[in-house]
Design a protein around this ligand. Structure first.
Ligand code: SF4
Length: 257
């Protein structure tokens, strides 16, 4: 990185924090987690004025503040070339949606359509994800959608867990900012990345919540897999209904797939 005589900006400090985390992982095998205290159930806390005399005033970020932090993160990493995928991408795919989302979907990596448009889940699999979200009675704008890898692997090949490592701090930072109550992990590769476990079998773990550093993590199949195996839509719908119940929302009646 170039050295300047200028006082470091917030963006520089954020980038430095991320790079330090990457170095920790690279050199010491340090665990990037926890991203927050592991205190079990996480509640979506409405903003309330903190008591003036409280020594430990809870910091509740407004959606605008969260969006500003996401914008700052994007500015800090939009020219990232931490790994080889930065050399072959067309557009970096940061993620999009509600900065204050209660539910966040995390996939593995952008595909060809996403690489062209710079937006997550906009190809055929993305259109199916949109329909899945709408079937839940929600809109894409209600949730946040992102991937572990921000740049497309050439020919859409599956990234290895080691290849996902340099990019992990970005999704962790996004989760830290958004503070979702529930993350829906889409597909085996994303789950291997989030759980830091290359032996994960999506068929074994899908459908049951995992307490992941204070966030409820629901593993389910990737929409791209559902395009190839539409008979699995039924179990994914069950997973989505479980998410709605966990959020205290009523699953709408199913209108067919
Ligand atoms: S995939 Fe992630 S780590 Fe690699 S260049 Fe893109 S943003 Fe950087």
């Amino acid at each position: 990185m170039e050295q300047t005589d200028q006082v470091p900006s917030d963006r520089d400090e954020l980038l430095n924090e991320i790079l330090a985390r990457i170095e920790l992982e690279k050199w010491f095998g340090a665990d990037l987690y926890p991203i927050r205290p592991d205190n079990g159930e996480t509640q979506h806390t409405p903003a309330e004025p903190a008591a003036a005399d409280s020594d430990e005033m809870a910091v509740v970020e407004s959606p605008n503040e969260k969006q500003a932090q996401l914008d700052e993160l994007f500015e800090a990493m939009k020219t990232c070339h931490q790994c080889q995928f930065g050399d072959t991408r067309t557009k970096l795919v940061f993620g999009e949606g509600n900065p204050d989302a209660r539910l966040m979907f995390v996939g593995e990596a952008p595909g060809a359509d996403e690489d062209r448009q710079g937006r997550p889940f906009v190809g055929r699999a993305g259109q199916l994800l949109t329909r899945m979200i709408e079937a839940m009675g929600l809109q894409r704008e209600d949730v946040y959608i992102g991937n572990i890898l921000k740049c497309r692997p050439p020919n859409n090949r599956t990234p290895t867990p080691a290849e996902m490592t340099p990019c992990l701090p970005y999704i962790l930072k996004q989760i830290e900012i958004i503070e979702p109550e529930i993350i829906c992990g889409l597909g085996a590769v994303a789950l291997k990345g989030l759980l830091r476990d290359p032996s994960v079998s999506i068929g074994r773990i899908r459908g049951a919540f995992i307490d992941w550093h204070g966030v409820r993590l629901m593993p389910t199949y990737h929409p791209a897999y559902l395009l190839r195996s539409p008979q699995q839509k039924k179990v994914v719908w069950e997973d989505l209904q479980a998410i709605l119940r966990e959020l205290g929302l009523e699953p709408p009646p199913r209108r067919g797939s």
